[in-house]
Design a protein around this ligand. Structure first.
Ligand code: NAD
Length: 404
């Protein structure tokens, strides 16, 4: 994974015209914290879990990035994710470097009390690393506002003061921000509105893969805007209605039955079919590597909004570019989440809390400015990914030059 990052940096660094020493600095993480968390389980047995926190680069500000609880977590994976946070935070121009954390654990096997002990142990292990001006964690895969609340409580106990800006993605009553729950979808929506204007597409037809936080909120925003959402899916499969799905009904079906596939009146399709439907806008919002060399020729969408991280393989990406498809890259498309995390941190630090409309207005401005900046850095609309990477590397490079 690190070889990929180094190859990426050599290529983007060259096209961004940055010095070799900057590429060298960015090829390695600044700091890697490792620990073994030892937890007493409810039945009295003791278990250990490997845990990591990586501060990849802090030239532009404190490290920022989520903590994931997942069995596949490794030091290498967390490091790569921390690198991508450095890039994402620079693309949307928030004053942060990049970080990430993780614990190798299957949280579904833990009771609520065990999960609380693990969350608190994580903070105790890395308390030195964290702080409102040092490194600010947030939720990621299988971590949520409750876990952020336990982590905040543990941190404040250790430092013997209140410091709500130590972590974001908190419950509202502990200093969380309004709009954080839908921020990723809304940020993507604001960007894609601009993209559609640029490609002269009004009221697109839409297919969305994944119906979790990002996908389902995007579906609601799209249908509220009067766009026809003709297909959605989750891990159990997809549904398709060329006349448009009733999204409120799909949301109810998902909530009541656990899957969108139980929605009545639509044709059942597979996740693979969904990706190749004849739609204007395709939104992968589930997992990585779903648009590949194998299916990319069949993709008919004119615009792809990458709400998921890494849904398109590099090979498929090259083919999409040749086909003239406009791909809004993940580092821009799903940066609304970390942007509202930044707003949460600002509110915690000033003690002044913003109304919903104010958060939305600020998010819209940030995302639209980021899109404009990326576009200016891109040769054309089919090369937004290259533009976003170049922009980010240039921004990090500039901060590094002032420091050395
Ligand atoms: P989530 O867990 O809330 O939802 C994931 C959805 O994907 C679920 O509907 C699940 O059923 C579906 N899914 C899982 N495996 C699938 C498969 N093989 N095929 C089709 N669907 C499948 O997750 P989320 O928070 O919505 O995140 C989705 C993606 O967006 C991830 O790549 C995540 O990294 C990215 N992302 C999310 C946020 C955020 O704030 N939520 C921020 C940045 C990036």
């Amino acid at each position: 994974m690190m070889e990929k990052i180094q190859a990426f940096l050599r290529e983007v660094g060259r096209s961004a015209g940055v010095e070799d020493w900057i590429i060298e600095v960015l090829s390695k993480p600044e700091k890697v914290y490792k620990a073994t968390l030892t937890i007493k389980m409810d039945d009295g047995t003791i278990r250990t879990f490997p845990a990591y926190r990586v501060q990849y680069n802090t030239a532009r500000g404190p490290a920022k990035g989520g903590i994931r609880f997942h069995p596949n977590v490794t030091e290498e994976e967390v490091t790569a994710l921390a690198f991508w946070m450095t890039i994402k935070n620079a693309v949307v121009n928030i004053p942060y470097g990049g970080g990430k954390g993780g614990v190798a654990v299957n949280p579904k096997e833990l009771s609520r009390n065990e999960l609380e002990r693990l969350s608190r142990a994580y903070v105790r292990a890395f308390a030195e690393a964290f702080g409102v001006d040092k490194d600010i964690p947030a939720p990621d895969v299988y971590t949520n506002p409750q876990i952020m609340a336990w982590m905040l409580d543990e941190f404040e106990t250790i430092v013997r003061r209140k410091e709500p800006g130590f972590i974001t993605g908190k419950p509202i009553s502990l200093g969380g921000s309004l709009v954080r729950d839908i921020a990723t979808a809304l940020g993507g929506f604001y960007v894609v509105e601009e993209v559609l204007r640029d490609v002269d597409l009004e009221k697109p037809t839409v297919a969305i893969q994944g119906f979790g936080n990002a996908g389902s909120n995007f579906a609601r925003l799209a249908s509220e805007a009067g766009w026809k959402v003709i297909a959605v899916s989750d891990s159990k499969g997809g549904i398709y209605d060329p006349d448009g799905l009733d999204i409120e009904e799909v949301l109810r079906t998902k909530k009541e039955t656990g899957s969108v596939i139980n929605y009545e009146g639509a044709r059942r399709i597979s996740n693979e079919e969904l990706l190749t439907l004849d739609v204007d806008l395709l939104v992968p919002a589930a997992i990585e590597n779903v648009i590949t060399e194998k299916n990319v020729e069949e993709v008919k969408a004119k615009v792809i909004l990458e709400l998921a991280n890494g849904p398109t393989t590099p090979e498929a990406d090259r083919i999409l570019q040749k086909k003239g498809v406009v791909v809004v890259p993940d580092v821009l498309a799903n940066a609304g989440g970390v942007t509202v995390s930044y707003f949460e941190w600002v509110q915690n630090r000033t003690g002044e809390y913003w109304k919903e409309e104010e958060v939305k207005r600020k998010l819209s401005e940030k995302m639209k400015t980021a899109y404009k900046d990326v576009k200016e850095e891109s040769e054309d609309l089919t090369k937004l990914r290259e533009g976003a990477y170049r922009l980010a590397v240039k921004r990090v490079a500039e901060a590094l030059r002032w420091r050395f």
